[in-house]
Design a binder for this molecule. Structure first.
Ligand code: AFP
Length: 332
């Protein structure tokens, strides 16, 4: 970081350095990541000043998911769309806030990527000035038709998240490990914070909405009870209401976040394409796992752009135990 070593490894310098290791690289992915980092700064400034700017609260509209849209959900979505109007290699954008994929740069050639986003994860936290995030996935562009976007997570070219907390963090992977950057507001740049993050193989954090425990599918309940009963390995409960923040802790300290299917949401709550798959890529690149309980998230072929799945993500030990609980259920 700026002060620590007297050196300043900014995001653009880091990406330039990585690019040199791959002489065949065109620099196009770097352009996409840099534009995402600009969006991060814009949304961070909205989130920080939401009360002052009078942009807290609901718009009065509901989105395609049937959820109430916060003013900042809409502004964040607009910030992503605007960003990619300047990057002609991004041919389409898919967002939690939009019913269908949005085609960008119609008529221009050279489209290479589609970007999928949850513009503001945990937006209900905004009302009380708590942590929020954004999640992104970068895939190869075929067309803006849904069938050309519905591919398994293993085909993602890159993924990451932005966390708007006490610091603003930009965390990404393009398949060569997970790197995190912190916004140095004095110089207006993201500066390297952690290179090649490795998630502990077993952790101490359990993160889930225990208010739903009686509604969860049986294997999730059995798993949670057995983990909490383990007297040799004490777990701490952490749950913020923003997946990005909960995963970020687990990335560093290990453990598990899970949002299983329950009697109100038999398909689960979280969205595959712009929440689960990108975070699964981050977890796997950091040495962790992501699963529905029954299968690896990165192998699911989506059937619609807003598909939901039951989701568990975290350290190898905890996710393996979670899957064992589901496997036991199917043999009984
Ligand atoms: P929003 O992005 O719609 O605010 O939802 C947040 C979220 O998708 C995820 O970030 C949280 O972990 C989870 O939902 C919280 O859901 P519950 O309030 O049902 O626990």
């Amino acid at each position: 970081m700026t002060g620590k070593l007297g050196k300043c490894m900014t995001l653009d310098r880091f990406l330039a350095q990585c690019q040199k290791k791959h002489p065949q690289a065109s620099g196009e992915l770097t352009r996409v990541l840099m534009q995402l980092s600009t969006v991060a700064k814009i949304i961070a400034s909205y989130a920080r000043r939401a009360a002052l700017l009078g942009i807290k609260g609901l718009t009065g509209k509901t989105n395609v998911q049937g959820e109430a849209v916060e003013k900042l959900d809409r502004l964040s979505n607009d910030a992503f769309i605007e960003a990619f109007e300047y990057v002609d290699i991004v041919g389409a954008i898919v967002s939690e806030e939009m019913k269908a994929p949005m085609l960008l740069h119609s008529g221009n050639g050279q489209k290479k990527y589609v970007v999928l986003v949850d513009p503001l994860d945990g937006s209900s936290n905004l009302e009380v000035d708590c942590v929020t995030g954004s999640i992104f996935s970068i895939r190869n562009f075929g067309s803006a038709r849904q069938e050309d976007i519905l591919h398994e997570g293993a085909q993602q070219v890159g993924a990451g998240y932005i966390m708007y907390g006490t610091s603003i963090l930009f965390v990404y992977s393009v398949g060569d490990g997970v790197h995190s950057f912190v916004l140095d507001e004095e110089i207006g740049e993201f500066v390297l914070d952690h290179e090649n993050i490795h998630m502990p193989d077993r952790g101490k954090i359990i993160s889930s909405n225990f208010g739903n425990r009686l509604r969860w599918a049986e294997p999730a309940r059995v798993f949670a009870d057995s983990l909490i009963r383990d007297s040799d390995h004490a777990y701490s409960l952490r749950y913020s209401g923003a997946l990005v923040a909960d995963l970020h802790q687990i990335l560093h300290h290990g453990g598990i976040y899970f949002y299983p299917e329950d009697d109100r949401r038999p398909a689960g709550k979280l969205r595959l394409l712009y929440e689960c798959a990108p975070l699964a890529m981050i977890a796997e690149q950091a040495g962790g796992l992501a699963s529905t309980g029954r299968m690896r998230v990165m192998e699911i072929c989506p059937d619609s752009i807003h598909q939901r799945i039951p989701f568990a993500i975290g350290s190898k030990y905890e996710i393996t135990e979670y899957e064992k609980a589901y496997a036991r259920e199917s043999t009984t």
